[in-house]
Design a protein around this ligand. Structure first.
Ligand SMILES: Nc1ncnc2c1ncn2[C@@H]1O[C@H](COP(=O)(O)OP(=O)(O)O)[C@@H](O)[C@H]1O
Ligand SMILES: [Mg+2]
Length: 252
């Protein structure tokens, strides 16, 4: 796995028609070590999606550097996998073929890519769904397939932008527990973006608080793994960390 480095990153949106400029990101520096899980938390409009899109290579940055494994990011690439809040699975492909799609694009032969897809589906408890189509799955299951599809490419860096925001609270807790479990097995470098303080703390090794396009603070999370919500809810350390992060977010 490779680490992710942001150095003095900035972004100004410019609308040539109205002549307006929006300084969305100011001088953000951040190091995510190889195999580390970092959450970025902040209120709506603070620049979370902007940062993620620049790292993914979907959006050019205005200043500073983005490095994956020490190499500058020049555009989208297979070293980074992305999961959004809403994204489309291919409706005409089965779950298995959806998950095997990335490896297929990389030229992995059919037998091998189906083996990879089945392995990831098994880790996520989705083996039964392999032959089904996305329309035959619940929203929570579709979201799970989306996460597994990104992981099946074995990206060095997994970028997630509020991937569980649109599923119900119960399913969301299951997905969060599953994500930490899969991650513990695969140890991709993860940058997970959310406005949900509890989610940020539950998942991460470190929480970065972003406000108005700037890094306000970083809080280390030393909670033991594997993590379960039943334990976290009873753990005073989890509550202390969540309160600490919430205070920072609200100070924005
Ligand atoms: N394409 C765009 N053009 C102009 N301004 C934008 C554009 N996208 C986002 N912004 C502005 O940049 C800021 C950060 O937005 P965004 O990254 O979406 O925040 P978040 O994901 O934290 O809600 C906001 O002020 C938003 O209005
Ligand atoms: Mg956003």
């Amino acid at each position: 796995m490779k680490g992710l480095t942001l150095r003095h990153l900035s972004k100004t949106y410019f609308d040539p028609y109205s002549g307006t400029r929006v300084d969305a990101i100011h001088d953000v520096s951040l190091q995510v070590e190889a195999g580390e899980f970092v959450s970025v938390v902040g209120p709506s409009g603070c620049g979370k999606t902007t940062i993620l899109n620049m790292i993914a290579g979907f959006l050019p940055h205005s200043g500073g550097d983005i490095l994956v494994g020490g190499k500058p990011v020049k555009g989208p690439g297979p070293d980074r996998g992305v999961v959004f809040q809403s994204f489309a699975l291919f409706p005409w492909k089965t779950v298995l073929d959806n998950v095997a799609f990335g490896p297929k694009m990389r030229g992995v032969a059919r037998a091998e890519r189906e083996k990879i897809a089945r392995e990831y589906l098994a880790i996520a408890g989705l083996s039964e769904a392999a032959g089904r189509y996305p329309s035959e799955l619940s929203g929570g299951m579709q979201q799970r397939v989306g996460v597994v599809r990104a992981l099946a490419n074995d990206p060095d860096v997994l970028l997630m932008d509020e991937p569980f925001a649109s599923v119900d609270a119960q399913t969301r807790m299951t997905l969060q527990e599953e994500l930490t479990r899969i991650w513990a097995e695969k140890r991709n470098t993860v940058l997970f973006i959310t406005h949900d303080v509890g989610e940020a703390v539950f998942l991460a090794d470190r929480v970065v608080v972003l406000t108005k396009g700037r890094v306000l603070d970083e809080i280390k999370v030393g909670l033991p793994r594997p993590r379960k919500w039943d334990d976290a809810n009873k753990d005073p350390e989890f509550q202390r960390l969540s309160a600490q992060v919430l205070e920072k977010v609200r100070a924005a």
